[in-house]
Design a binder for this molecule. Structure first.
Ligand code: GLY
Length: 301
């Protein structure tokens, strides 16, 4: 079948001044993943490629450019899931790593574990040849200034975060064989507690992929997203509605109504159609839908 891919750069109140870099970053990531798919690569490889491109882009809160926690450190979370085997790999609270999604991909091949945290995740990365980076390698001026303001004022405003600061990135794809995959990566919430882990690396919450339904990746306020298992909920709804946009919309309604949560979700269905929905002011996205030939990128309002 003709492949499709959709990516997001986070659901939050993207200011006009950052809109272009967010859209361009999403477009670039979607094209990188789609090139892989067109060349016959698996959906799994394509979503890792797309998310790694966004981790390398300082625009986004993932990899380079991630937010600092309350202790002034970067701790990263990521998940990748294969819809054919239902296997997944995830890392949480990992430091000193440029591309946590690539570490998560190597964990997916392990038989004895699927999610590793902190030092354990870093040890696995070392054992698989990933070179460590310094904290400064991940730090961008925007985040340093933001942390300095926190040091001055001591203010932590988690709800305002989603109306004011960058969030998670993600990708969902279907390949020529009809297999689906998702990948999600984040620096989490600014000024989060040391060791705090949100939805992103938790299966079903930050991402889920199943060849019988599709693939979904979530973004937003992690605690609330986890309460409603947003990605899996969206895919269950897709099973009933067979319309990715409607399924994402219904899932986000549940997030709003049940836990007053803020966020968004993207999806690719097993027929190759893509969809997205969010209840934050904005969400950056890009997609290439192989069957319809339709493409798009922008800031969803
Ligand atoms: N969605 C990112 C987080 O809450 O950590």
């Amino acid at each position: 079948m003709k492949p499709s891919i959709i990516v997001h750069g986070g659901a939050w109140d993207i200011p006009e001044g950052l809109a272009e870099s967010n859209v361009k970053g999403c477009e670039h990531a979607a094209h990188k993943g789609f090139e892989e798919l067109e060349g016959g690569a698996s959906a799994l490889d394509a979503v890792v490629e797309s998310v790694a491109a966004m981790e390398d882009n300082p625009t986004f809160n993932a990899g380079v450019g991630a937010v600092l926690n309350r202790s002034g450190m970067v701790e990263l979370d990521a998940i990748v899931m294969d819809g054919a085997s239902l296997r997944y790999g995830a890392v949480a609270a990992i430091q000193s790593t440029r591309n946590p999604i690539k570490v998560a991909r190597t964990i997916l091949d392990e038989r004895n574990y699927s999610l590793l945290v902190a030092e354990g995740a870093l040890k696995h990365a070392d054992e698989h040849g990933f070179s460590r980076c310094s904290a400064e390698d991940l730090l961008v001026g925007r985040e340093l200034e933001d942390y300095r303001e926190f040091q001055r004022t001591g203010r932590i405003r988690t709800r305002l975060h989603f109306s004011g600061e960058a969030d998670t990135v993600g990708a969902c794809a279907i390949d020529q064989e009809g297999h689906v995959a998702c990948a999600t990566s984040t620096g989490g919430i600014p000024r989060k507690h040391l060791g705090r882990v949100g939805d992103s690396p938790i299966i079903g919450c930050g991402g889920y992929a199943d060849d019988r339904a599709g693939a979904a990746s979530a973004t937003g306020w992690g605690e609330q997203i986890a309460s409603v298992i947003l990605a899996k909920t969206a895919l269950d709804l897709q099973g009933q509605l067979s319309d990715p946009t409607a399924a994402c919309r219904e899932a986000v309604s549940i997030l709003s109504e049940r836990v007053d949560g803020l966020g968004g979700v993207i999806m690719v269905g097993i027929d190759g159609r893509v969809g997205l929905y969010h209840n934050t002011p904005r969400m950056a996205f890009a997609f290439i839908e192989g069957m319809s030939g339709s493409t798009g990128a922008g800031i969803s309002l």
